[in-house]
Design a protein around this ligand. Structure first.
Ligand code: FUB
Length: 733
């Protein structure tokens, strides 16, 4: 589903480093490291002075993208080394960043023998400006440049983050002075960030300050004030970018107290900060687990997506570029708002199986089911007063409007001493998309998961949730407690209710819908019951969506009426075929029988979006497919989407409801690849056209003139006549 033709081969050999010394500073390094990159640009002179200490390497990820967000990762050496970029945690931090789609820049910098502070940070700021100035040449995305570093590299990464705009530390290394040296985020791995706090605030400083004395060029004792220029903590202010900190509790090189000390200062300044103290972690040793590395990349991803953006998808899955699940859709002020939960890649941690991992919520909206706005992060686990800030348990939410205010209900794991299991919280806003203020306590009278907030025609709001069965009650006027006792709703239903209720009303009837495992050992269907009253009694009706065809264990959904059509939002694990706890929201139309019962919904790829003929039509999201195969475009990046493979004559796909408007197209444009060439027949409505596709090893965007007289809404189909080919998208201009 790529927009621009890009192609580069993954030359595995290019990125395998030759002999590395075993046992670098910061832990054992494999003698030969397979760096997970597609391309490496080595020994670039970022200062233009021919010095080895001013060289850097650039690594691009294996996943295919037009441009990549950047992390500058700085080696640790106690500032003693001026040429360790080849040992900059390549097999651990750098590979984790590359696997997550970040380009990594590993610079050298001057050592304490080459020059005294601030030369080292001036070099790093020179590197940051160089990245911005040279971004297009290396396919770097200059809108996201982060620093990361281990030990003294962690110091420089943190200092770069906190000292944005500090003239005394800017320097002129490499020029590019018109470019900013501020960064968008920083990762501090075991860094000494406050050299005046190495004795952890003790009255007497007993620390041996040899490395920092070497880099400053004078003794610590008697010059404590002057040393503060070196401290990342000195420059902390509210304009700093988000920082994630990792430190081992058994670090005997840089005291562990540096990390919580830095965290406190950043937190007090209102900076988004996460702290990971690794139990038993040393100075590099035992620090690089799947858990810590994934926490780093998740943190960077969250910072990047925090503010949201807009995107276009008229097919399924609806939300691309990030995982989403448990969608609750509502129409507020004529616009459709979607409140899903937000899966992030999970990890194996201390032998645990990977599972759900969800630490914040985004809200999305649309006017046409095709053009979407991501309003960004609205609630984060670290901001929930009663919640555990690292539990990653922000499950299915919902939102309701009452008297001009929007109430966002969400489940979460409570902090120690604030309960057990799950609690249900509420955040309040003046708009459907925030900012939301999270309330101090959980909603009284509830306990469990997956709240659904339903407002009846008379303005009464009910909260339904899943906790030892389906339960519900009337919300009090303050919207933060249930009036009286909640009631059990599903006592007469067949066994197998699991989670996630959604309540809606249509033609005076109430529909209580929920996931149901009908077979022992099976996965979730979606089923429902109907009643004349919101709190029952309900009569069970049956299944309206079968078990997932791709084996996703969960399903979770909502019904919404929008512009005269009824829609069912639900989820599957489309962008994560091997792990069903990373899910993606889908939507299909739903209709009802005369008696109000629901006609079962078949999941489709085509979805419900309104697509114009001039859009890139991803026919792999077909309405009908005969013989053709659908595959991922990029095995390293499932979010890149799919392609259609035609291998046998008569393989065919149909894609419905394309709007050709009032003017017939004059050319057909399509992105395809064919090893030996192919002939296809393209049909639009009643008109057909034969097209010859030349042999091309790489993806090509081809243009073919056409005189097809087609206007208005049409279905299109592509059929293979001979040869074989793969198609990414097709468009009519
Ligand atoms: O997303 C986590 C949980 O999985 C939800 O709360 C359930 O409904 C199920 O989808």
């Amino acid at each position: 589903m790529k927009k621009i033709l890009t192609f580069f081969a993954c030359l595995a050999g290019i990125c395998s480093l030759q002999a590395q010394p075993a046992g670098g500073f910061g832990g054992f390094q494999m003698p030969k490291i397979d760096v997970h990159c597609s391309e490496k640009f080595a020994d670039i002179d970022y200062a233009g002075d021919g010095q080895v200490y001013h060289q850097l390497d650039v690594y691009l990820p294996r996943m295919q993208k037009d441009v990549y967000p950047v992390v500058i990762h700085i080696y640790g050496s106690a500032w003693y080394s001026n040429n360790s970029k080849g040992m900059a945690d390549l097999g651990t931090i750098v590979n984790a960043l590359l696997d997550a789609g970040y380009a990594v820049v590993t610079p050298n910098h001057r050592s304490s023998a080459d020059a005294k502070f601030p030369a080292q940070i001036e070099d790093i700021k020179g590197v940051i400006r160089w990245v911005r100035a040279n971004a297009p040449m290396y396919r770097l995305d200059s809108s996201f440049v982060a620093t990361s570093g281990f030990s003294s590299g962690g110091h420089l990464a943190s200092l770069a983050a906190t000292s944005g705009g500090v003239k005394e530390l800017e320097g002129t290394v490499g020029g590019n002075l018109g470019y900013s040296s501020r960064v968008n985020a920083a990762c501090d791995w075991s860094g000494p960030v406050d050299l005046n706090y190495m004795s952890c605030g003790g009255d007497v400083d007993t620390w041996n300050h040899a490395p920092e004395e070497a880099v400053m060029g004078f003794p610590f004792k008697g010059n404590e004030e002057r040393f503060k220029a070196l401290d990342a903590t000195t420059y902390v202010d509210p304009s700093d970018p988000p920082v994630v900190i990792f430190h081992g509790t058994a670090d005997n090189v840089v005291p562990p107290c540096q990390a919580p000390h830095f965290y406190e200062l950043l937190d007090q300044a209102g900076i988004r900060t996460e702290l990971y103290m690794v139990d038993g972690g040393g100075h590099g040793f035992n620090m690089y687990t799947e858990y810590t590395l994934r926490s780093m990349t998740n943190f960077l991803d969250k910072v990047r997506f925090e503010k949201g953006g807009s995107f276009v998808t008229g097919t399924n899955p609806v939300i691309t570029g990030q995982f989403s699940a448990d969608p609750s859709a509502h129409v507020f002020g004529g616009r459709l708002y979607l409140y899903p939960s937000h899966d992030i890649p999970t990890v194996k941690y201390q032998g645990d199986q990977p599972w759900f991992c969800m630490s914040d919520y985004h809200v999305f909206s649309t006017d046409d089911m095709t053009h979407w706005t991501d309003h960004g992060n609205i609630v984060d686990q670290k901001d929930v007063p009663w919640g555990n800030p690292t539990a990653n348990s922000m499950w299915a939410p919902d939102c309701v409007e009452k008297d001009g205010k929007y109430y966002f209900y969400f489940p979460n794991a409570p902090a120690r001493g604030r309960g057990f299991g799950f609690g249900i919280g509420v955040a309040v806003s003046d708009t459907p998309y925030g900012p939301f203020t999270i309330q101090e306590n959980t909603v009284q009278g509830t306990g469990g998961i997956d709240p659904c907030a339903f407002k009846d025609d008379d303005g009464t709001v009910y909260l339904i949730w899943s906790g030892m069965g389906l339960r519900g009650g009337k919300l009090a006027a303050n919207m933060t407690e249930i009036e009286g006792q909640g009631v059990r709703l599903d006592e007469t239903f067949p066994k197998g209710q699991t989670e996630g209720p959604f309540l809606f009303k249509r033609n005076g009837k109430y529909y209580l819908t929920y996931p149901w495992v009908r077979l022992e050992g099976g996965t979730e269907t979606l089923c429902y019951a109907m009643s004349d009253h919101p709190l029952g009694p309900y009569e069970w009706k049956g299944v309206f969506m079968e078990e997932s065809p791709v084996g996703c264990w969960t399903n979770h959904h909502s019904f919404v009426e929008f512009k005269g059509e009824w829609y069912l939002f639900y989820h599957h694990n489309d962008f994560s075929p091997d792990f069903d706890k990373n899910r993606s929201v889908r939507v299909d139309k739903v209709s009802f029988r005369e008696d109000g019962t629901i006609i079962p919904v078949q999941p489709t790829w085509r979805g419900v979006g309104y697509l114009k003929a001039s859009d890139e039509l991803h026919i792999d999201r077909y309405s009908e497919c005969v013989g053709a195969k659908i595959d991922y475009l990029d095995e390293y990046n499932y979010f890149a989407g799919w392609k259609t493979r035609f291998t046998q004559p008569y393989d065919r796909v149909r894609f419905n409801d394309v709007d050709f408007g009032t003017k017939a197209p004059s050319k057909i444009v399509f992105r395809a690849r064919s090893e030996k060439g192919a002939a296809i027949r393209l049909t639009v409505g009643q008109e057909g056209k034969g097209i010859e596709v030349p042999a091309c090893q790489d993806w090509l965007v081809l243009e073919v003139p056409t005189r097809m007289k087609v206007t208005g809404m049409q279905d299109i189909s592509v059929e293979l006549v001979s040869g074989s080919l793969e198609v990414d998208w097709i468009s009519f201009r």
